[in-house]
Design a protein around this ligand. Structure first.
Ligand code: ATR
Length: 272
């Protein structure tokens, strides 16, 4: 039996165990997915222990996404983002990946959203960094807006340093949102605003019908931002899709098999 898992602190509310175990059941993979809560300063030790115990794969969440970087060989995207959310122990080396970027990109793809033109990413924390790099790699011009403007500017500089496709990335405060959105094609909320509350980081008046909007928040599934976006005629993609596709990407990386996406989605949505 293969053991997969999640390290985070806390991990009690994670939806990854039912999502991955639904996939194992559907494909008759002999595996279990368990959660671990190591002490916050023990990221590297946790990775080494998992390797010693023969764990096949780990997802990584707050507060360990940066801390595990030193204990794995990050792929180029995870290294640029500066955070790892998926560790693969099945190869010769322990490798680190960031499937949040792919999760956001695939959530848009599966909703028929073409990732060209200009994207506005609100938030410059871990999720914002992953999504901004994912969209820039698709060739989008990325504008980052963040409450702490200096973090948005720093992320934009990192994006510009990462390659030609991101040469025009810019960083702003939240007060610039209305201007930034006027001619934008894609909007992503990568802040925690709207999580278990009815807040939104984006003024409703700045939204319009040519936008496709992803909210990385998935509790609640229908956030105020998504309601406002739908009312403005925008295409909406809820955060459970991003959560699903980051899990799908991890499953496929670990097992080398095509994920049973519908079964994983059912397991996830029935618990939200
Ligand atoms: P995650 O890994 O989920 O991205 P994080 O790294 O703690 O978490 O980042 C949280 C993001 O939400 C940041 O962009 C943060 O803005 P600051 O950089 O200014 O802290 C944003 N955020 C959190 N609470 C917010 C609020 N009340 N209003 C606006 N932005 C907020």
């Amino acid at each position: 039996m293969d053991v997969y898992g999640l390290i985070g602190n806390p991990v009690g509310y994670s939806l990854s165990p039912p999502m991955h175990e639904a996939a194992y059941e559907a494909l008759e993979v002999d595996a279990r997915y368990v959660t671990f809560e190591p002490p916050a300063d023990a990221a590297a030790a946790a990775v080494e222990s998992a390797a010693t115990l023969g764990v096949a794969g780990l997802n990584v969440t707050i507060p360990f996404k940066q801390g595990v970087l030193d204990a794995v060989e990050p792929d180029p995207l995870a290294a640029r983002i500066g955070a790892v959310n998926t560790i693969d122990f099945t190869g010769e080396r322990v490798t680190g990946h960031n499937t949040d970027a792919a999760g956001a990109v695939r959530a848009f793809d599966e909703h028929g959203v073409s990732l060209s033109g200009t994207a506005v990413v609100v938030g410059a924390g871990g999720a914002g960094r992953a999504i901004a790099f994912g969209l820039a790699d698709e060739g989008m011009a990325v504008r980052v807006a963040n409450r702490t403007e200096s973090k948005a500017r720093d992320l934009a500089a990192d994006l510009r340093g990462a390659g030609e496709s991101a040469a025009d990335a810019t960083g702003h405060g939240l007060d610039a949102l209305a201007d930034l959105l006027a001619d934008a094609d894609v909007l992503v909320n990568a802040t925690s605003v709207g999580m278990e509350s009815d807040g939104t980081p984006v003024p409703a008046g700045a939204l319009h019908g040519d936008l496709s909007v992803l909210d990385a928040v998935y509790r609640p599934v229908e956030t105020r931002l998504l309601r406002d976006a739908a009312a403005a005629g925008a295409t909406t993609v809820d955060g459970a899709w991003m959560l699903l596709y980051q899990g799908v990407d991890a499953f496929e990386r670990w097992t080398g098999r095509e994920a049973p996406v519908d079964r994983m989605n059912e397991a996830l949505r029935s618990r939200l």
